[in-house]
Structure formats: structure tokens, C-alpha cells
Design a protein around this ligand. Structure first.
Ligand SMILES: C[S@@+](CC[C@H](N)C(=O)[O-])C[C@H]1O[C@@H](n2cnc3c(N)ncnc32)[C@H](O)[C@@H]1O
Length: 279
């Protein structure tokens, strides 16, 4: 595969992404955890690894595991480029722990994860160069939930640098256009401009809308110097229909009950009917 003028070993890339997918916890649909398909993960990881090369990147939520993919494919030499530091901020302890265990096993020293709910003030303002977010897509709240995640990304980079927002992009539906406009306006109001929009790139494991795609919306800050603005809790009015119609946030953290080996079936998923005479 040729990517950005460079040859990438496609088979090695797909097999490495397959390792990452094996490590992903099962998605919780009520929090908009809807995972990107494997082919799109390969392409997206290549693009994001190149875009973040040598930089410190904050992921604001990442059930897809693009953060893990770019660290892993860089470490394996499949990509010649990748970030110097990656921190995933996610409210799902299963995701954070799965990332940490994978990083530990594969010695991905630049990759870490922190349990964090984006309704709370951001703990590490200005400590990153770029941000990446694939937030709840704001179909029922005109993009308010997208703005919450994007706002935390902007705080992470101290309003200087760049960010990628992965959100719905569809020719037929009305709401993605409303959300795209609202999010672009939010970017402009906060000192950013839209550098690029890569339309209708990604597909998802989404039963009720299998054709719905997302784009990469790339923001860049006008200013080159970091600004320290106080980070505050998300106001109540932004929470209505956060995860869809009549589904406001009610969970601070998703807790991991027991350590699960995600590549293998859970014992509560099956039972054995034994052969005659077998014990
Ligand atoms: C909302 S989903 C969007 C779909 C995306 N394709 C995915 O499944 O990762 C993105 C991530 O945001 C995380 N998330 C959801 N609500 C959150 C919150 N209030 N604070 C922090 N992370 C959150 C989810 O756990 C998930 O990993």
C-alpha cells in the first residue's frame, strides 16, 4: 500500500490492527461506543500516525483504539512515523486498562491512559501539541456533545496546535450538516480555523445505520502560543440528549468488574454438553 508517498506493508498492517481489535472491550451502545471497521482503522491509523509524528497527542475518548494502533504499528516498524507521547482520556475503565495492559505487554512506552470524564475540568491543560477525538456525534443535541469533547481537546493543547474531530458526514441526512456547521463555528469562536475536511471516510459496526460514515475535520489554532484558560465542569444545558434522545449522562465512570481477556470468549457465554462417558 502506498500511503503519503511511502510504502506500507498492508498485510503486516492489517495483522497488527487485528491484534489491537482483539484487545478492545465490547462496546456499550448506550454511551455511543460504536467501533470503526478494520480497513478504515488501517487507513486512519496511517494518516494519524503521520500527522502526529514526533508530537504529544491527547485522545479525548477512543474506544476505536486508534491511539493503540498508531503506537503499535510505529513500534513494529510498519509505520516509520508516530507520536512521541500519547495519553488517552476516557471514562471507561475497561478501555483504559485494556490500553495500559497492551502498552505494557508490547512495551509501548509512549502510550498511557487516564480515567477521565469529559464533563469534569480537564486535568492536564496545555501539556499536548495535538488532540484527536471521535465523540458522541450529537444527532439529538445539534452537536453540543461534540463541542464538549472538542473543548477538552482544545484545553489539552492550550489553544495552540491542531486537532482532528471525527464526526458524522452524510449526503442524505440533515442532522450531520447541522452538527458540522455548529462544530466549525465552535472552532472559529475559540481561535481555530478549519484546515481540511476529509469527507465520508470511515464506516462503523452500527446496526441501525450501517451506511452512516464519518469525516476527519482538521482544526488548526490561529495563535502559536499557548493560553491558560480555566477549565470548568460542563454546564447542565449542554447535557440534554448527550448520548441521543432522552439519554443524558448519568455515569461518572464505567468500572471494570473483572479483568477480561478480550480475545477469548467469556465463560458465561457458553456451556459444554459432554460426550457420553466424559467427565
Ligand atoms: C463516544 S465514543 C464515539 C464512537 C467511537 N467510534 C468509539 O466507539 O470510540 C468515543 C469514546 O468516548 C468515550 N466516552 C463516552 N462518554 C465519555 C465521557 N463522558 N467522558 C470521557 N469519555 C467518554 C467512550 O468510552 C468511547 O471510548
Amino acid at each position: 500500500m502506498v500511503a503519503g508517498n511511502r510504502e506500507v506493508d498492508l498485510k503486516a498492517a492489517i495483522n497488527a490492527i487485528s491484534d489491537v481489535i482483539q484487545n478492545r472491550p465490547r462496546p456499550l451502545r448506550e454511551f455511543d461506543q460504536i467501533y470503526m471497521k478494520a480497513g478504515d482503522m488501517v487507513m486512519q491509523s496511517e494518516l494519524i500516525a503521520r500527522w502526529t509524528n514526533g508530537k504529544r497527542v491527547a485522545f479525548i475518548g477512543d474506544g476505536d483504539a486508534i491511539s493503540v494502533s498508531i503506537a503499535y504499528l510505529h513500534k513494529r516498524g510498519i509505520f516509520e512515523y508516530g507520536p512521541s507521547k500519547i495519553v488517552l482520556f476516557d471514562f471507561d475503565e475497561r478501555i483504559c486498562n485494556a490500553v495500559k495492559r497492551f502498552a505494557d505487554k508490547e512495551r509501548l512506552d509512549q502510550l498511557d491512559a487516564e480515567l477521565y470524564n469529559c464533563l469534569e475540568p480537564f486535568p492536564k491543560c496545555g501539556q499536548f501539541d495535538v488532540f484527536y477525538t471521535n465523540p458522541p456525534w450529537g444527532a439529538s443535541n445539534n452537536g453540543e456533545s461534540v463541542k464538549v469533547f472538542v473543548g477538552r481537546g482544545m484545553e489539552a493543547i492550550g489553544y495552540a496546535g491542531e486537532g482532528v474531530v471525527v464526526i458524522a458526514d452524510d449526503e442524505e441526512l440533515a442532522w450531520p450538516k447541522v452538527v458540522l456547521q455548529a462544530v466549525q463555528r465552535f472552532g472559529l469562536e475559540n481561535g481555530f480555523f478549519v484546515q481540511k475536511m476529509m469527507s465520508q471516510l470511515h464506516e462503523y459496526h452500527l446496526d441501525d445505520a450501517p451506511d452512516l460514515r464519518s469525516c476527519n475535520l482538521l482544526f488548526k489554532a490561529v495563535s502559536g502560543s499557548k493560553t491558560a484558560r480555566p477549565s470548568v465542569a460542563t454546564p447542565q444545558e449542554a447535557l440534554e440528549n448527550f448520548y441521543g434522545r432522552e439519554n443524558p449522562p448519568r455515569v461518572l465512570y464505567v468500572r471494570e468488574k473483572k479483568r477480561v481477556d478480550y480475545g477469548k470468549a467469556n465463560e458465561d457465554e457458553y456451556s459444554f454438553e459432554l460426550l457420553d462417558g466424559a467427565k
